[in-house]
Write a protein that binds this ligand. Sequence first.
Ligand code: SF4
Length: 344
Amino acid sequence: MSDAPVIQLQDLHKQFCKKPDLAQRLFRLAGRHIDNPTVHAVNGVGLDIRKGEVLGLVGESGCGKSTLGRILAGLIRPSQGQVLFNGRDASALQGQDKLDYTLGVQMIFQDPQASLNPKQRLHQILAEALHVHKLAPRREIAERVDQALLEVGLDPEYRNRLPHQISGGQRQRIGIARALMVQPRFLVCDEPVAALDVSIQAQVINLFMDLRDRHGFTYLFISHDLGVVRHISDRVAIMYLGKVVEIAPTREVYAQAAHPYTQALLAEMPDVKRRQRKFIPIKGEIPSPLAPPPGCTFHPRCPHAMDICRQQAPELRTIGSGHQAACHLLQAGDNDIITKNGSL
Ligand code: SF4
């Protein structure tokens, strides 16, 4: 792994505003003030992802992790902030540089069934990007399709099948093969194993690790499950209501999580070594991003919440080597204060 960041996210924000309906537009024309509900999906995220690194991004549904992945893959534009690709602003790239970014960063989706055209045969799905971007002469395309099928562990005999004629795990392999066709360098994997059986999940995760060894890929690996990212990630970032609340090397997250939310996620993880311990679900539900709570957005669910937590949002700050967390309980260099004081 190199120290040079391939992707840098700088103070990234993404808001989604509901379009006013007819009645609201008429009220506005009449001079009445109508509030436009705004979802703050991503709220000031800054991250560096190094070349060859696997960064796990974990959080509950609705925390903004998929939106962040889509911004990074260039599928949606941020409302504010920048994505730097090899040090250059991705939104300002033109011509060949823009194509390098578009093809170099590929996304693998959660639902392989929905992301494949049901009317196209597998070889058509795989060859589409090569045709559209004129990336290979026609005579080479069939060979490239067969190579991609072999890379993801599928028999080239499958090339004439339709997506419904293969299993869920095989469909996800086709999703990966489709990304490989354009020779990417960075893969954004959005819950790529969440829809698969547990036994198939392990096979697909092993495939991701093999591909990284073979091609030196960099990954943003998004999941709601800390157990899934454990074996594949070099670092793990925990996201809550649009913000990164903790980021650390993987080993440190699992051995010495500092943020109460990370600790709560770990307490929810099934673990054969602690079968006798009580399962402790996180209190309450993630608040609506339409109206996030003031101060620390985790305070309505946090067992350690203090007065300051209800008023002032904590900054993400360094508490150890490569370890950052955003919590008022933490002082620089002291990341075990919560386990000393708390009950988690
Ligand atoms: Fe809990 Fe306060 Fe830390 Fe937020 S800042 S996680 S509410 S202790």
